[in-house]
Design a protein around this ligand. Sequence first.
Ligand code: HEC
Ligand code: HEC
Ligand code: HEC
Ligand code: HEC
Length: 339
Amino acid sequence: MKNKHSMHKLLLPGTALLALLMLTACERPPIDAQQTGYRGTAMADINNPRTEVKTAAANQVPDPLPLAPAAGPKARDIYQNVEVLGDLSVGQFARVMAAMTAWVSPEQGCNYCHLGENLASDDLYTKRVSRRMLQMTQDINSNWDQHVANTGVTCYTCHRGNNVPSEIWFTGDSPAASASMAGYTAGQNVPAPAAAYASLPADPFTGYLTQGDEPIRVQTGALSDQDNYITIQQTEKTYGLMMHMSDSLGANCTLCHNSASWGNWSTSNPQRVTAWHGIQMVKALNENYLSPLQPEYPDYRLGSLGDAPKANCATCHQGVQKPLYGVSMLPDYPSLAGD
Ligand code: HEC
Ligand code: HEC
Ligand code: HEC
Ligand code: HEC
C-alpha cells in the first residue's frame, strides 16, 4: 500500500512534464507575432526569428554581372542555332550565357550544356532542356504578372546554383507509396514531407498542380447533396496542399485566410487571390513545360513512375513569402522578361 502511494507521487510530476512537453510547439522560442488582418480578427503571422536568419541567408540575390554593350551584330546573325535569344547583341548573349552558368551549373561551367568546341550542337539534353527553360521563364514573366507582378523570376529563382532545383516533386513520390509494415495506407497516414510532415495524403499535388479539375474543397455539405459532395479523401488532400503552401511560404494559414471561415473569399486576405493565380500558374508550368520534357531526361532524373520532375510552390518560394524577398533580378536581365 505504502509503495503504491509513493509510485503515484513519482508518476504524477513525470506525466505532467510529459504533457507539458507535448503541448509545447516543436520549435524552441522566441516567437514573434505580427498582425495581418483587421483589428479584432486575431489574424496574425507567427514567426521564429532564429529560424528566419537561416532562411534569409538562403534568399539573397547574387550580384549582377557587368553590363555588355547593346551595339554590334545580333546573336542570330552570328550564331547558327539560336531560337530564343537571337535579338541580343553578341556581347549581351555572352553575358546571359555566363549568368546561366552561374545560376545552374557553376561547377561544371559551359560544358554542362555544350559539347566542347561545337557550341551550336543540341546533343546534350541539358541544352535542349535549357532552351525550354528560357521560354518558360519568359512565359512566367510576361503572362503571369497576376502572380509574379513585375518582380518576375530568373533561372536563379528556382535553381540557386544547382543543376536540379532543391524543391521538385514526382507523382506518388512518398514514403506512403512504398510497401510498409502498415500495409495499404491509401497514400497517407505517415508523416509526409510534402504536407509539412503532417500525416495527410503524401502526394497533395497530382490533380491540383497538374491538369485535372479535382476540387480544392473540404467537406461541409450533407451526404445527400450529391452534386456538391466532397469526399473525406479530397478534404484531406486539400489540407495537404494547404500545409504545403504555408510551409513553402514560411507563413501561417492566416496569411491568406480568416480562420473563422476558410472558404469565404470576402473575408480572406488579398494574398489568397495571388495564391489562387499561383496554383493556376504552377499547373500551366507543369503541364506545358515540365511534364512534356519527360522524354529528354535520362532515367535517373525521372520519378518512380517514370514521370518528369515538376514544380510546386516551394520551387520558387523556398521558405519565404516572396521569393528572394521580392527583389527583382529582371532589370539586370531584361531578355528574360519576355515581351
Ligand atoms: C544551362 C545551359 C547552358 C550553359 C551552362 C551555357 N549555355 Fe550556351 N547555350 C545554351 C542554350 C539553351 C543555347 C541556345 C539559346 C537559344 O536558342 O536562344 C546556347 C547557345 C550558345 C551559343 C550559340 C551557339 C550557336 O552557334 O548557335 C554560344 C556561343 C554559347 N551558348 C556559349 C556559351 C558559353 C561561352 C557558355 C559558358 C560561359 C555557355 N554557353 C553556357 C545553354 C547553355
Ligand atoms: C519555375 C522554376 C524553374 C525556372 C525559372 C527554371 N528552371 Fe530549370 N528546372 C526546373 C525544374 C523543376 C527542373 C527539373 C529538374 C531535374 O532535371 O531533375 C529543371 C531542370 C533544368 C535543367 C536540367 C538539369 C539536369 O541536370 O537534369 C537545366 C539545364 C535547367 N533547368 C536550366 C534552366 C535555365 C538555364 C533556366 C533559366 C533560363 C531555368 N532552368 C529556369 C525549374 C526551373
Ligand atoms: C498562400 C495562401 C494560402 C495559405 C497560406 C493557405 N491557404 Fe487555404 N486556400 C487558399 C486558396 C487560394 C484556396 C482556394 C483554392 C481554390 O478554390 O482553387 C484555399 C482553400 C482552402 C480551403 C477550402 C475551402 C473550401 O471552399 O472548401 C480550406 C479548408 C483551406 N484553404 C484551409 C487552409 C488551412 C488550414 C491552411 C493552413 C494550413 C491554409 N488554408 C493555408 C490559399 C491559402
Ligand atoms: C515561378 C515561381 C513561383 C512559383 C512556382 C510560385 N510563386 Fe508565389 N510568387 C512568386 C513571385 C516572384 C512573387 C512576388 C510577386 C511580388 O513581388 O508581388 C510571389 C508572390 C506570392 C504571394 C504574395 C505574397 C505577398 O506577400 O503579397 C503569394 C501568396 C504566393 N506567391 C503564393 C504562392 C503559392 C501558394 C504557390 C504555389 C501554388 C506559388 N506562390 C508558386 C513566384 C512564384
